[in-house]
Design a binder for this molecule. Structure first.
Ligand code: XIL
Length: 333
């Protein structure tokens, strides 16, 4: 039972009848979430392509069903994500009008709709490249500069899209905690430096940001627990909250492991434990935004699709049985 400590999980959700294997049709998954977690994140359906599939037509029904299920079951919702270059609808990517107005319409409509129902938002997701540039990562701009994953937000609005997005989100929801969220920032490297510089700029300008989300799609052996702890401490030193938003631990990042062995289960248990311990050791209690894993069962994890390898990154196995990993996690709470 992890529920005393603000622990969350991403869950799949039904979407307009074509994705019908979500949590609302799976009582077994519902039971595990209610028993072991006290927060959910929608793995996909609160992204812009789902909520505003065509311009001005918001489709809230499926996300509402998920949010209402959570609230009916005493589970809070961390909402993900308002402004992201990925999983945007085509009309938005190709938009030729006023981008600031378009961004404001999306943020305002969505954040107002969920105000009072969600406890926090990932306002901006993944604005930086991994590329090292004098100790800082570059902003995502064109696909060519960003590994095929450039950001139309940056291209159209420049880096001010970030403070603008936070200001719009706060105007639409007076109380949700507002996060900047990114991956590969837990290795205390160039990309973390960019996030720290962004934090300095936003705080100096009184932009309403509450914290930094560390996605933490990590490997069993990367980054070191020491680098992870240092990364948390550097953000905490800014006075911001630290939230682990999408934790999973790849056990087969190189594709050379065919089976999940007992030794790997033990390795993963220790790895979950050291990461959660690093969080508690480096983030003061009043700056802890909580820890969420990116999925419940290994059967649903996005990782095999992403890496192209078998993997077993989560706390529950394909049959929704607890793995040793959950003990490691709980040991550190
Ligand atoms: C992933 C989902 O898990 C997949 O189902 C989907 O196909 C792609 O997106 N960083 C994020 C998440 O912020 O939104 C991503 O979720 C994983 C990486």
């Amino acid at each position: 039972d992890l529920t005393a400590s603000y622990v969350g999980a991403a869950v799949p959700a039904e979407y307009q009848n074509w994705f019908s294997n979500g949590i609302l049709s799976r009582p077994d998954l519902q039971n595990v979430v209610i028993q072991h977690f006290d927060q959910i994140t929608a793995e996909n359906i609160m992204k812009s392509s789902y909520l505003q599939p065509t311009q001005g037509n918001f489709s809230f029904e499926d996300a509402d069903n998920l949010v209402n299920w959570a609230l009916d079951n005493g589970v809070t919702v961390h909402a993900h994500a308002l402004v992201w270059h990925s999983q945007m609808p085509d009309w938005m990517i190709n938009f030729s009008g006023n981008w600031e107005d378009m961004m404001e319409a999306h943020i305002t409509t969505v954040a107002q709709h969920y105000a009072g129902k969600v406890v926090s938002w990932d306002v901006v997701n993944e604005a930086f490249n991994d590329n090292n540039d004098n100790g800082y990562a570059s902003y995502r701009d064109t696909d060519a500069n960003s590994g095929g994953h450039g950001s139309p937000w940056y291209r159209n609005l420049g880096k001010d899209f970030i403070p603008k997005a936070f200001t719009m989100a706060r105007a639409a929801d007076a109380s949700a905690e507002l996060y900047y969220n990114d991956y590969n920032i837990e290795d205390d490297g160039a990309k973390l430096n960019s996030v720290l510089r962004l934090a300095d700029e936003l705080l100096a300008d009184d932009v309403p940001i509450n914290g930094i989300g560390f996605q933490m799609h990590v490997n069993y052996d990367w980054p070191s627990a020491e680098a992870i702890g240092t990364s948390f401490a550097k953000v905490a030193a800014k006075g911001l909250k630290v939230k682990i938003t999408e934790l999973d631990i790849k056990m087969n990042p190189n594709g050379d492991r065919d089976n999940f062995t007992a030794a790997m289960a033990q390795q993963q248990k220790e790895r979950y434990q050291e990461i959660v311990a690093a969080y508690f050791a480096n983030v003061p209690a009043n700056q802890r935004g909580g820890i969420s894993v990116w999925g419940v069962s290994d059967a649903d994890s996005w990782i095999p699709n992403f890496t192209g390898h078998n993997d077993w990154p989560l706390l529950f196995d394909e049959q929704l049985q607890q793995k040793p990993a959950i003990e490691g996690f709980a040991n550190a709470l």
